[in-house]
Unconditional design. Structure first.
Length: 320
C-alpha cells in the first residue's frame, strides 16, 4: 500500500516493456539461435545420425522464436489507469496503436450495451456506424501522427452505435496514455442525446415564434385596408351636407366610426406585440381615461344587447 501511494504522489508510472522492446529482444534471440544452428549444422550435416533429437529441438526453438516475433505482444495497461477509468463519469475506451480495444470501463458497457469481454480485442470502429468507420480510421492515423489531448469536435458527425443498432450523438475527447512507445489512446465518450433534443426543441420553438410573428404582422396589414375603407365611407356619410342623415342614422354612423377606430387600434396593438417580440419597440406607461373607454364599450355592445332586450347603462358617478 505504501509503495502504491508513493508512486501516486510522484505522479509517475513504472516503466513496462512495450511491443518495440519485446520485438528487439526476439530479434536478438533469433539471431543467436540462427548463428548456433549454422555453426553446428556444418558438422552435424556430415554426421550419419542426422537429424538427431538435439538438432530437431534446436530447429523447433528457432521456429518458435521467429513465430513469436510476428505475434502481437499484449500491452499491459497500468493498474492506476484502470482505477481511473472505472471512476470516470464518461464512457472511456483505451485502444492500442492498431485500433484494438484493450480496456473499457463500466460506463462503456452501459452506454453501448456490449459486455466487456465482447469489446476487448475488437476494433474500436465496432462502436461506430458502418458509414463512418472508414473516415474514423483516417482520423486515428491523423491522431497517431500528432498524439496530444484534443477534442474531436471538428471531425464531422460524431455518432455511436449501441449493440441493438441504435445510433446516438456523442462527444469524444482523445488523449494519449501510458508510455509513448505503447501507442495507447484513451477516448472519453459522452452521450449528448438529451442536449441535442433540447437544442432541437428550442430551434422548433424559435421557428414557431417567428412564424407567429410573421403571421400577426401580415394579418395586421391585411385587415387595415378594408377597415380603413369602412371608416372612410362612414366619415363621408357623416360629413355629407347634401343629403343630411336623420338622428338615428347619425347615431349609427357615429357608432360605426367609433367601432372601426377601436378595431384599428386593436390591429395596431397586435402589430406592436409582434414588434415587441422582435425587439423593435419599447413600452411606455400612460394614463387611460377609463370613463371614455366604458362609453365606447357601451356603444359597441348596446346593439347586441338590445336584440336580447337588455339595456346597458354607464354610471360613473363622476369618480372615473
Amino acid at each position: 500500500m505504501t509503495k502504491k501511494l508513493s508512486r501516486a504522489a510522484d505522479g509517475k508510472t513504472p516503466k513496462r516493456s512495450g511491443p518495440r522492446l519485446a520485438r528487439i529482444a526476439l530479434i536478438v534471440l533469433g539471431a543467436v539461435a540462427l548463428t548456433v544452428w549454422f555453426l553446428l549444422s556444418q558438422e552435424r550435416l556430415k554426421a550419419p545420425d542426422w537429424p538427431a533429437p538435439a538438432d530437431i529441438l534446436l530447429l523447433v526453438t528457432l521456429a518458435a522464436l521467429f513465430g513469436l516475433f510476428f505475434v502481437r505482444t499484449e500491452i499491459e495497461v497500468p493498474a492506476d489507469l484502470t482505477d481511473f477509468l472505472e471512476a470516470a463519469p464518461d464512457a472511456t475506451v483505451v485502444a492500442d496503436a492498431e485500433g484494438r480495444i484493450v480496456r473499457v470501463n463500466a460506463q462503456t458497457e452501459r452506454m453501448f450495451g456490449y459486455r466487456r469481454e465482447d469489446m476487448l480485442g475488437q476494433q474500436v470502429e465496432m462502436l461506430l456506424p458502418e458509414r463512418v468507420r472508414r473516415i474514423h480510421r483516417a482520423h486515428r492515423a491523423f491522431f497517431a501522427d500528432d498524439p496530444r489531448p484534443r477534442s474531436m469536435e471538428g471531425a464531422g458527425e460524431l455518432i455511436g452505435t449501441r449493440q441493438n443498432g441504435e445510433e446516438f450523438p456523442v462527444e469524444v475527447s482523445l488523449s494519449p496514455v501510458g508510455p509513448a512507445e505503447s501507442g495507447l489512446v484513451a477516448a472519453a465518450i459522452r452521450d449528448v442525446s438529451m442536449r441535442v433534443r433540447r437544442e432541437a426543441d428550442l430551434a422548433r420553438a424559435e421557428a414557431a415564434s417567428e412564424a407567429k410573428t410573421n403571421f400577426l404582422s401580415q394579418m395586421s396589414h391585411e385587415l387595415r385596408t378594408p377597415l380603413n375603407a369602412i371608416i372612410g365611407f362612414a366619415q363621408m356619410l357623416e360629413m355629407d351636407t347634401g343629403a343630411p342623415l336623420s338622428g338615428r342614422q347619425e347615431e349609427y354612423t357615429r357608432i360605426i366610426l367609433s367601432s372601426g377606430r377601436t378595431l384599428l387600434e386593436l390591429i395596431n396593438d397586435i402589430l406592436d406585440i409582434a414588434n415587441i417580440e422582435e425587439g423593435h419597440i419599447s413600452l411606455s406607461i400612460e394614463a387611460v381615461d377609463l370613463a371614455s373607454v366604458l362609453v365606447r364599450a357601451q356603444e359597441i355592445i348596446s346593439p347586441l344587447a338590445a336584440k336580447q332586450n337588455v339595456a346597458i347603462t354607464v354610471d360613473n358617478g363622476g369618480s372615473l
